[in-house]
Write a protein that binds this ligand. Structure first.
Ligand SMILES: Cc1cc2nc3c(=O)[nH]c(=O)nc-3n(C[C@H](O)[C@H](O)[C@H](O)COP(=O)(O)O)c2cc1C
Length: 233
């Protein structure tokens, strides 16, 4: 049977998918209200349906309760205030050139404009970037790791998982912040949560309920047109 005849809900599935993927955004100001455990488990369960090479499901999340997050936030802020070098498990990009630099600048410009921060106001820019280590006030953080032995394809699998996690959370009304900034302090964070060297930290995901009254949540990023990211041959 041709795929278009399978499932009567095709049109509404597409509508839902479009609505979810357009509505999700990276949240950078949270309410303190914790997310119920069953909602967290549902989000992880949906994300766990992601495809992975040989179905190895290499992702693992260490998820902090609201209480644990508070203590971790304090420890991370103290650590990050002194430890300025990148200490990641996975290599960080050295530079964003050409279109990648342009896209990065545009996203940053929109963020700082929403907050009324001038282009040359390096102090306020740095202070906003440091909010990463306050987890933007989120009541929870997930530390996302993969087994070191599986190499880069585990990170590919994990990226798919993270994408689904963000959408599943959004469908639950839960806002998210994927944070590579946390992976800058991967060794400190793994040690804090007792995660050994057999696993590598990919990123953190702060999550909770968004503060819609905060200007930092009032801007949206753009995407390049489809023809720029595909070549039909
Ligand atoms: C792997 C990954 C790491 C990210 N790291 C950070 C981060 O450290 N801090 C931050 O504020 N946003 C971070 N982001 C969010 C991106 O800036 C954001 O996804 C991008 O600008 C597109 O905006 P949108 O998510 O609102 O659509 C990260 C996103 C991903 C997928």
């Amino acid at each position: 049977m041709h795929a278009q005849f399978i499932g009567a809900d095709t049109a509404s599935d597409l509508d839902v998918l479009r609505r979810l993927s357009s509505g999700r955004f990276t949240c950078r100001a949270y309410q303190t209200t914790p997310v119920p455990d069953d909602v967290i488990a549902s989000i992880v369960g949906i994300a766990g349906k992601s495809a992975s090479w040989c179905n190895v499901q290499p992702w693992h999340l260490t998820i902090a309760s609201a209480h644990t997050t508070e203590a971790f936030r304090r420890a991370l802020v103290e650590h990050a205030a002194h430890a300025t070098e990148v200490d990641s498990d996975l290599p960080f990009p050295e530079e964003y050139r050409g279109p990648f630099g342009d896209r990065r600048r545009d996203a940053g410009y929109r963020l700082f404009q929403a907050l009324g921060i001038e282009r040359h106001d390096h102090d306020r820019r740095a202070a906003q970037s440091f909010e990463n280590f306050r987890l933007f006030g989120a009541p929870h953080v997930a530390i996302v790791t993969i087994p070191a032995e599986l190499g880069p394809y585990a990170a590919v699998d994990c990226g798919a998982f993270i994408g689904s996690f963000l959408l599943a959370a959004h469908a639950h009304g839960v806002a998210t912040t994927p944070q590579a900034a946390l992976a800058r302090h991967a060794k400190f964070i793994r040690s804090y949560f007792g995660i050994g060297e057999a696993r590598q930290m990919v990123c953190g995901i702060a999550f909770g309920y968004a503060r819609h009254d905060h200007p930092v949540n009032g801007f949206r990023t753009t995407r390049v047109p489809v023809h720029e990211v595909m070549t039909m041959v």
